[in-house]
Design a protein. Structure first.
Length: 150
């Protein structure tokens, strides 16, 4: 008998700590990614990352990415994904999906009422067309990506 797999068999899953209330200053001016612009000397306020990423704490979890199938969506190996299980996936959402007991992160594409495609964001991978014979479960919609640069 095949044993049912759990998301923790594939990903390291973290629960957000809502007790943390560290706020970082946020500047009203945007930073230029092209040519530099003069810096502004005033703050807009503070930003709590929990407030930015976690709107439904009881249905939110964080998972670490393994693999490179989503690099063209800006998701790289080692990134942390903030996932909300309470959201229904909309067309083009990035989701955590379980397909026939295997977990993956892919873009959710609904072609019509009967066709769902799990699409990678890397030209080296082929889209997965979900058939009626397969079991698809959506474990949540990715609402944020966290990455340390240093």
């Amino acid at each position: 008998m095949k044993q049912k797999k759990n998301i923790t068999d594939f990903f390291k899953v973290f629960r957000p700590d809502q007790r943390s209330r560290n706020k970082a200053p946020i500047y009203e001016e945007s930073v230029q990614a092209g040519f530099p612009s003069p810096a502004e000397d005033y703050l807009e306020g503070t930003l709590d990352l929990n407030e930015l990423f976690i709107h439904r704490p009881s249905s939110t979890y964080i998972v670490r990415v393994a693999g490179d199938s989503m690099i063209e969506a800006g998701i790289y190996e080692g990134d942390l994904l903030v996932v909300d299980r309470s959201l229904d996936p909309k067309n083009n959402d990035i989701v955590i999906a379980e397909l026939d007991g295997e977990f993956t992160v892919k873009r959710f594409i609904r072609k019509d009422d009967h066709t769902i495609v799990l699409e990678p964001a890397n030209i080296n991978y082929k889209p997965i067309i979900v058939t009626d014979e397969q079991q698809l479960l959506i474990w949540g919609v990715v609402v944020g990506v966290l990455r340390k640069l240093r």
